[in-house]
Design a protein around this ligand. Structure first.
Ligand SMILES: [Cu+2]
Length: 367
């Protein structure tokens, strides 16, 4: 009986939203600018979960409906920083580099006029970059100021098992208000990252990720003039609320970010003609992104942090970066001009279905 009633309400919601002026004409894409769908869908799903969800998906499993709740926290403040992924300061104690992270929710602007509710490390998306040298002893003190438990996984870094950050397997979750200290030797050299391993489907998508770069002990023979780390992810923003974007009907993303920003708010990378450029591409969302560079081809010099021997380095102009992967690409900026780097799943270069946007940035090569 309940199911029949719910089905009727959902059907009515879909019919009404399709008929609403300015509403989407595509019923397979429930996230539209128009709120009519949003105002009806929550009521429709409330009988099952008590929680508004953006899509047509009806979760009968209460745990699943929790995954589809909006990202919220009590008293969320606007971010005080505007740029994510910046190097994190540390202090030295007995030869150990000590970093401090605080997990907290902030209002994070991904685009002029578009602000998401994000779960962050130290108030930015991505969180601050931890950059150390191979062999360094590091200690990272994590204070959890989120309303939910969390843990940190050091993705690709060869840490002792007890430091691996898997809740219920290698450690207990860090409860709200608690502090946990991770300690390990930074190895090997390369492009890595850290991210939440607690309800990753929610917390990682909500912004709990950051770069972890380990520089080689021996200085590089040919260091790049420009070395940028670009973390790619996705968001679902609708009806003024933020949801964890997922590869699931009704929960697909409508915003796409590089280092927490959608084009045209993405960083422009300025390079002098003739300089060697290294871009460390990291996919931390749940979708694959074939990143395409205009102007000149590049070489893939490292995969998942590990150097590719020179004879094996592919020359390409597009590289697909799947979730969890890292590709270090290098090229000489041989021609002046404004050259695009963008995802070639072209829907990913939109902001809420409007082009241009999303996963694009400009590499500005100057004399
Ligand atoms: Cu893409």
């Amino acid at each position: 009986m309940m199911k029949v009633l719910l089905f009727s309400i959902v059907s009515l919601a879909l019919v009404l939203s399709a008929c609403a002026p300015g509403g989407t004409t595509d019923n397979t894409m429930p996230m539209s600018n128009d709120n009519s769908n949003m105002t009806l869908a929550p009521g429709a799903s409330a009988g099952v979960s008590g929680t508004p969800t953006p899509g047509s998906m009806m979760a009968e499993n209460p745990e699943a409906s929790h995954m589809m709740e909006p990202i919220t926290a009590p008293n969320v403040q606007p971010a005080t920083e505007t740029e994510g992924g910046q190097p994190l300061e540390y202090r030295e104690e007995n030869g150990i580099k000590v970093f401090e992270l605080i997990t907290k929710a902030v209002q994070w602007e991904i685009l002029d006029g578009v602000t998401v509710t994000a779960y962050t490390y130290n108030g930015t998306v991505p969180g601050p970059m931890i950059r150390v040298t191979e062999g360094d002893q590091v200690k990272i003190i994590v204070k959890n100021e989120l309303p939910d438990p969390t843990t940190i996984h050091w993705h690709g870094v060869e840490v002792p098992n007890a430091m691996d950050g898997v809740p219920g397997v290698t450690q207990n979750p860090i409860q709200p208000g608690e502090t946990f200290t991770y300690e390990f030797t930074a190895k090997p050299a390369g492009t890595f990252m850290f991210h939440s391993h607690y309800e990753g489907d929610i917390q990682v998508m909500a912004g709990l990720y950051a770069p972890f770069i380990i520089d080689p002990k021996e200085p590089e023979a040919n260091p790049p003039a420009v070395d940028k780390t670009l973390m790619i992810s996705e968001w679902l923003m609708t009806g003024g609320q933020t949801f964890a974007a997922m590869p699931m009907s009704g929960m697909e993303p409508n915003y796409f970010t590089i280092n927490g920003k959608s084009f045209p708010s993405t960083e422009t990378i300025t390079v002098k003609k003739g300089e060697l450029v290294r871009l460390r591409l990291i996919s931390i969302g749940q979708f694959i992104h074939p990143m395409h560079l205009h102007g000149v081809p590049f070489k893939i010099v490292a995969t998942d942090g590990h150097p590719v021997p020179e004879a094996a380095q592919l020359t390409k102009d597009t590289v697909s970066v799947a979730p969890g992967e890292r590709y270090d690409i290098e090229f000489i900026a041989s021609e002046t001009g404004q050259w695009m780097l963008h995802c070639h799943i072209l829907h990913h270069t939109t902001n809420d279905n409007v082009e241009p946007g999303g996963l694009m940035l400009v590499i500005n090569v100057v004399e």
